[in-house]
Structure formats: C-alpha cells, structure tokens
Ligand binder design. Structure first.
Ligand code: ZN
Length: 527
C-alpha cells in the first residue's frame, strides 16, 4: 500500500475564498482538529504577513501536536537580492515551523510579465532561496506555480525550474494548477512526462476547481506518481475553490487503496468538515460527497427498504467509515465513541447510563437547531451535567434589556439581571444593571459585575468571537437564531452555543455557557 502525504492548505490558500475569515484562535482550533484527524502537514500561512498571522504563529509555537507538522508559507527571494538578505526568507528561517513551502514561477510567461526578471534570474531565485532555507535547517517544499500552463508553453523551461528546486535540496516539488483550468487527461499526461524526465524527484499535486476537476486532477496525479496531495477542508478557496481534501482523502483510502490517515481516524472526517464550516459560519453543504447530511440519505419507499435489506445496493461505501450516517443526525453517528473520547479529554468519567443520556439530549437538541461541533464548551457542560459534576454559577430569576434610540440617532442599551448566587448556604439575591454597547455586551457586563466578587476567575475570561446565523430549516416552529460564542481565558479557547427564536435569548444562553465553562474548570481544578 503506497503512503500518501496529506497537506492541508485551508488556513492559507483556503482563506483566499470570498467571505472566508478566521481569527487566530479559530485557526488554532482548526489546527487541533486537523491534528486529531491525522493530516501530516498544515500550511499555516506566512508568519508575518499581518498581525493575525503573527499571532497565530506565536500561539502555534507553544502547541504540542500529535501527528501534524506546521508549514510556513512564503515566496522565493526578491530579484537582485541575495537570499540571506531577503526579509521574507529571514522570517521563514526564524519561524519555529520545521517545514517551509516556497512558491516560485515555473511558467515563462509569468516570469516575463509578472515577476519581470530574466528566465535565468528566476531559476537562480528558486535555487538560492531553497538552499538558503535548507542550510537554516528547514525542510523545504517547492510549489511550482502555474506549472501545467507553463509546461504547455515551454516544456524545457518548466522542467528546468523543477530541476533547480530539486538540486537545491527541496524534499518535494509540488506541481500546481494555479488557474484551475486543466483537465484530468492533461494532468495525467504531463505528470507522467515529468516523472519520466525527473525519476528521482518526489512530487506533490496542488489543484484548483475552476474546471470542476480539482479532485479528479488530484487523483490522476496520484495514479501518475504524486506522493503528496494538497487541498483544503470542504474545498474552500479563491474563486471556485481548491481541491477538496475531504473528498480526496476518502477516495484515496476507500476507493484506491492508498494509505493516508490512520484508518481509525477516517471516521473523524465528517466531524472535521463540519467544524470548519461552523467556524466559518457557513451551513455545511448537505450534498457534499461523503460528509454531507444527505450523502447517504435515501428517499422513503423502495430505496429505503432496499438499503435496509442490503446497504450495498444503494450505498457506495459504508457511511460509518467516514463518520457519517444514513439520514441521521451527525451526533447520533459519532455516537458513543465520540462522547467517551470527549469526556476523557475533559477529565470526566461517565458510566454507560450517562453516555446514553447524553446521546439522547444531543439528539433532542440537534432537532432544535443545536450543533456541537463548534461548541465544545456547551458540550462539556452537557457532559458534566449528566455526570453529576455540574454546578451552576447562579440561578436566574430574570433578565431584561432596554434599547433606546433617541432623536439624533444615538443608541443606548441597558441590561438588568436578577439572579441568586452562589448556590448553597451563602446564596443571596443580586440585582444589577449595566450599560453596554449593544444588548449582548450589556448583559455580559451586568452578569460579570454581579458575579466577579464571587468568582474572581471571571476576570480572565474574554469573549473573542460572536457569530449569528438564522436557521431557516423547516422545524415546524419557524426560523430560529443560533449564536456561537468563542471565549478564552488565555490558556484555552472554547466555543458555546445558544439557540432560540429570539436573538438576545440565544446570545444570553451562549454567554452564560461560556462563563460557566471557564469557571467550572477553575472550580474543579482548585476545589
Ligand atoms: Zn492554490
């Protein structure tokens, strides 16, 4: 069985897509999910292209990953600049990332019109940049940009750029279909020809989906000898997107007999795909191959009966292999195993009955519009509750928000809460009012001001992200609002969820969960 190296470009190339944006904390969560999935290389970006990426690399430097290695991405040196004096290359050399991917030109047209250097200077830029980083102790991959188009224009030159990269010490040369317009027959023919010319080089493939062939092009490249595939989760990326790594992984492992993820981790595919969508605040595509909600759904009647009799009649693979299920909710699928694994992660012990109760609750809540993939914090609370390890911060009597806009357009918001805290013999009724910048902020302030004297740890908890989505799926009850909040105490980041017909109520629920999660941990750790 041939091993295929899996290279995820979601956090760099994937972010080129319209409306794609993740905070550093969210990217960190994606990194951990990809590590848990078992992806080999994670392209995190250029360590200094903006403050957000700098922050991400600072966060990543302190993380321990089980399987994945972080890749820093950059460009070959500028023209007429020695590699050692090139600022971008210095940043890569100084980064903690053990692997660097350098993108360079392999099409004479790009060299002439975009970089505007001589063909010879471009070859030198590739070779010198790679050997500089190799000397700094980095493993270097070379992304041959516009390779397939360049090969069609000038075969000899395109091959020379690859030779220069390989001779300079690149551990792998990645052929990129940057414009995404190639078709599988072309990719296969070119890949085979290149392999014939450079039999000792290890190759990777990087495709885009402009002709609807990104996954197909990747698969034929593997058949023609590529040993690394690059792609993004759910195919997100510029224009029509990158190759969808989720589909590629499943195809390679389930259909083509290649070895990529550890087999037992393949079942995390659905969960990982949905997590990335949830963090991007996108509704997961129900028709997405392998991991979509409808990927294994069958219409009632003939099909359903046949599937019950023999699944192979209407299913191309067993849904459980990729962590999906026939027409069921995601939670029901991931099921027992996931619950037990998550509980262990949070240090919670569960008996069989508690596991069954948790699965029941999740099922009920998913029907109401909850999704726990991006709300690990709320899921932790649910488990604590079932395990008898949950202690509420307070008992709610009521909350109220007043929003007032005056004649000159100024908006003022005031929230009042009535709670009883702390639970136990010292309990007392607290009434507190706070003004804020909007209803959620006012409620957050009122709650914190009321509780900080009792729970000093609340001061460390910051809300880092707030996302709203209207769920219009028919549930017989009309549209509901789902709010996701990410919070951090500087040590960890967790997500919480609230669902309600009212946006402020949904926000309140997610808000309370986020404060509960942070303090449950400190309370169980120290007391
Ligand atoms: Zn790309």
């Amino acid at each position: 069985m041939r091993h295929i190296e899996l290279y995820d470009a979601t956090l760099r190339d994937g972010m080129g897509g319209g409306g794609m944006s993740l905070t550093a904390e969210e990217k960190l969560r994606v990194v951990h999910a990809l590590d848990a999935l078992g992806v080999h290389l994670i392209e995190a970006g250029f360590p200094a292209s903006n403050p957000k990426e700098r922050e991400l690399f600072e966060l990543l430097a302190n993380e321990t990953l089980e399987v994945s290695e972080i890749v820093a991405f950059g460009m070959t040196r500028r023209r007429e600049t020695p590699a050692s004096a090139d600022e971008g290359l210095r940043v890569l050399a100084d980064s903690f990332a053990p692997v660097c991917t350098l993108v360079g030109k392999s099409s004479p047209m790009q060299v002439e019109k975009v970089v505007r250097v001589s063909p010879e200077e471009n070859i030198m830029m590739i070779g010198e940049s790679i050997s500089f980083l190799v000397k700094q102790g980095k493993r270097v991959l070379f992304d041959a940009e516009h390779f397939f188009d360049g090969y069609a224009l000038n075969r000899g030159y395109a091959l020379d750029t690859l030779r220069a990269a390989s001779v300079a010490g690149a551990e792998r040369v990645v052929l990129c279909d940057t414009n995404g317009g190639s078709l599988p027959g072309q990719v296969r023919a070119i890949f085979e020809a290149v392999r014939f010319e450079l039999p000792d080089v290890d190759f990777g493939i990087h495709t885009h989906d402009d002709a609807g062939c990104a996954v197909a092009n990747t698969l034929v490249a593997v058949e023609a000898g590529a040993t690394q595939v690059q792609g993004t989760i759910n195919g997100i990326g510029e224009r029509t997107g990158n190759a969808n790594l989720v589909t590629i992984i499943a195809d390679l492992q389930l259909k083509m007999g290649y070895d990529g993820l550890p087999p037992e981790r393949l079942a995390r595919l659905t969960e990982t795909a949905h997590l990335v969508d949830e963090l991007l605040n996108r509704t997961p595509d129900p028709a997405q191959p392998y991991v979509g909600k409808h990927a294994f759904a069958h219409k009632a009647g003939l099909h359903a009966a046949a599937v019950r009799a023999d699944a192979a009649t209407f299913e191309h693979v067993a849904p459980a292999l990729v962590g999906n299920a026939r027409d069921l909710l995601v939670s029901e699928i991931s099921g027992r195993g996931t619950v037990i694994e998550k509980a262990a992660e949070f240090g919670i012990e569960l008996d069989e009955d508690a596991v069954a109760r948790i699965l029941e609750s999740v099922k009920r809540l998913e029907h109401r519009g909850f999704q726990f993939e991006a709300a690990d914090g709320s899921f932790e609370l649910l488990m604590r509750e079932e395990a008898g390890l949950y202690e509420p911060l307070f008992e709610l009597e009521s909350w109220r928000v007043i929003v007032e806009q005056n004649r000159d357009g100024q908006v003022e918001t005031e929230a009042t809460i009535r709670i009883i805290a702390p639970p136990g013999p010292d309990e007392r009724r607290i009434l507190h009012t706070a003004e804020g910048n909007g209803p959620v902020n006012a409620l957050d302030k009122a709650l914190r001001e009321a509780l900080e004297g009792i729970y000093p740890h609340l001061r460390d908890i910051k809300l880092v992200n707030y996302k709203v989505r209207i769920l219009d799926e028919a549930r017989g009850t009309g549209a509901v609002t789902r709010v996701l909040i990410d919070a951090s105490d500087g040590d960890r980041v967790w997500g919480t969820i609230g669902v309600s017909g009212d946006i402020i109520a949904a926000s309140w629920n997610a808000l309370v969960d986020s404060l509960e999660v942070g303090t449950q941990r400190s309370r169980s750790r120290f007391g």
